[in-house]
Design a protein around this ligand. Structure first.
Ligand SMILES: Cc1cc2nc3c(=O)[nH]c(=O)nc-3n(C[C@H](O)[C@H](O)[C@H](O)COP(=O)(O)OP(=O)(O)OC[C@H]3O[C@@H](n4cnc5c(N)ncnc54)[C@H](O)[C@@H]3O)c2cc1C
Length: 370
C-alpha cells in the first residue's frame, strides 16, 4: 500500500502517477477538499527554469515539468496561455545581472531565451520602461485548479482513495512499514502502510519529525515566507501582453514584484517576500506603497490608486532571509533507517511547474521498495 500525505498539486500529481500499477493508493488530506493551501495561492506561472542552480532538482524538474504541463494542457483541455515573459533591467547597472541570468537559464537547458534591446522591448511591450530585457517565450500561465482537478480525476479513475478531514498526527516505524495515526474530527484511528510519501507542504517538516527525523540536524526545518498580491485596476490589464519581471535581488526570498496574469487576462502585482512566524493569509494593506514603488520603475502606467489588496500565499522555504540557495528535498529516507518513507520538503516555486516531473521522480524513488 502507498499512502500520500497531502492533496495539494504535488500529492495529487504523485497519486496520479503511481496509481493503476497494481498498488493500493491512499491520499490523506486534513482539509475538506484538495488544493486549499499553497497550490491555490500562487502566481499560476509555468516557469521556464531560468533562476535555479544548474543541476538542481528545481532546475531539472522545472525544465522537464514545463514541457510536460504544456502537453497535458493541450491533450486534456486544461486552460493555459503561453504568454511569454520579459525580465527587465531598468538601469545600466542591472544589465550585467541580466546577462548572468541569461547564461544561468541557458545552462539549465532553457534554449529559447533572447536578449532584447530597448528598441526591441518597445516594439513588443510599448508600455514597459526598460533598458534591456530577457525574453522567455515559453513562460506561460495555467489554471492551477484545473490542473489539480485533472490529477485528481486521473488518480480517482485509477482507483486512488482520497480521505478528507484526515490529519496525520502520528507515524510509527514498524518492521515492514509504518503505522499512521489519523485524526478525523474528535475520532482517531491508525492503519498500516508499506510506503509513506510526505507531500504536506507547509507542514512537511512536522511530518518528517513525526517519523522520527531530527529536522534541525537534517536541515529540514521550514521557514514561512509570505507572498502578497495586489490586484490592478481592470482598465490597465491590457497594457502589457506578457509577464513582466524585474531583475531579482539575490537572497531576497522571491524573484521581485512582477505582473501576474491569469488565463483570463486579469492582472495582479506580486508576490513580495516577507518572512513570518505564523500561517496568516491576511494581506497587509500598508504594503500598497511598496508595491507601487517597485512596479512603477518598469510599469509607469500603474498608479497607486490602481492597486487593491488581493490574496496571499506562503512559501515553505528551507533557507532564511539572506541565506544561500536551497534545493527541493525529495528523498527516500532509507539511509536514515526509514525504508519506504519519502520526504518532499521545501517545495516552493517552481513546484507547480515541476509537479509532473516531481511525480515521476518520486515514482522512481519508490520503485525499489515495491
Ligand atoms: C506566493 C507563491 C507564488 C508561487 N508561484 C508559483 C508559480 O507561479 N509557479 C510555480 O510553478 N510555483 C509557484 N509557487 C509554488 C507552488 O505553489 C508550490 O510549490 C506548490 O503549490 C506546492 O504544492 P504542495 O502540494 O507541495 O503543497 P500544498 O498545496 O500546500 O499542499 C499540501 C497539502 O498537505 C496537507 N497537509 C498538511 N499537513 C497535513 C497533515 N498532517 N495531514 C494531512 N494533510 C496535511 C495540506 O492541508 C495541503 O492540502 C508559488 C508559491 C507561493 C507561496
Amino acid at each position: 500500500m502507498i499512502t500520500i500525505i497531502g492533496a495539494g498539486v504535488i500529492g495529487l500529481a504523485v497519486a496520479a502517477q503511481v496509481a493503476g500499477e497494481g498498488h493500493e493508493v491512499y491520499v490523506l488530506e486534513k482539509n475538506d477538499s484538495f488544493g486549499r493551501e499553497t497550490s491555490s495561492r500562487n502566481s499560476e506561472t509555468i516557469h521556464a527554469g531560468i533562476y535555479y542552480e544548474e543541476g538542481s532538482l528545481k532546475a531539472k524538474t522545472c525544465v522537464a515539468g514545463s514541457a510536460q504541463l504544456y502537453q497535458l494542457c493541450q491533450q486534456h483541455g486544461i486552460p493555459y496561455r503561453k504568454t511569454g515573459k520579459l525580465i527587465v533591467a531598468t538601469d545600466s547597472g542591472e544589465v550585467g545581472r541580466l546577462e548572468r541570468l541569461l547564461q544561468q537559464g541557458r545552462r539549465n537547458g532553457v534554449e529559447d531565451l533572447v536578449m532584447l534591446s530597448q528598441r526591441e522591448i518597445r516594439a513588443l511591450e510599448p508600455n514597459v520602461a526598460a533598458e534591456a530585457a530577457i525574453l522567455s517565450p515559453s513562460t506561460g500561465v495555467i489554471d492551477s485548479y484545473a490542473l489539480m482537478r485533472f490529477f485528481h480525476g486521473r488518480a480517482k479513475e485509477n482507483g486512488v482513495e482520497i480521505a478528507y478531514r484526515a490529519e496525520v498526527v502520528g507515524i510509527e516505524r514498524l518492521s515492514d512499514g509504518y503505522r499512521v495515526e489519523v485524526k478525523n474530527g474528535a475520532a482517531a484511528h491508525g492503519f498500516k502502510t508499506e510506503v509513506l510519501v510526505n507531500c504536506a507542504g507547509l507542514h512537511s517538516d512536522t511530518i518528517a519529525q513525526l517519523a522520527g527525523i531530527d529536522i534541525d540536524k537534517a536541515g529540514y526545518r521550514l521557514r514561512y515566507c509570505v507572498g502578497e498580491y495586489f490586484s490592478v485596476n481592470n482598465r490597465k490589464s491590457k497594457m502589457v501582453g506578457r509577464l513582466i519581471y524585474p531583475v531579482p535581488e539575490p537572497h531576497s526570498g522571491g524573484v521581485g514584484i512582477h505582473t501576474v496574469l491569469d488565463v483570463e487576462g486579469r492582472m495582479r502585482l506580486g508576490p513580495n517576500a516577507r518572512f513570518v512566524d505564523e500561517i496568516d493569509y491576511t494581506v497587509d494593506e500598508s504594503q500598497q506603497r511598496a508595491f507601487h514603488h517597485s512596479a512603477k520603475r518598469f510599469l509607469p502606467f500603474i498608479k497607486y490608486e490602481d492597486l487593491a489588496p488581493d490574496t496571499a500565499g506562503i512559501r515553505p522555504k528551507l533557507q532564511g532571509l539572506g541565506e544561500d540557495f536551497r534545493d527541493f528535498v525529495i528523498k527516500h529516507e532509507k539511509e536514515r533507517g526509514l525504508p519506504g518513507f519519502v520526504n518532499l520538503i521545501g517545495i516552493e516555486s517552481p513546484g507547480l511547474t515541476s509537479s509532473p516531473a516531481i511525480a515521476e521522480y518520486v515514482e522512481r524513488l519508490i520503485s525499489d521498495v515495491l
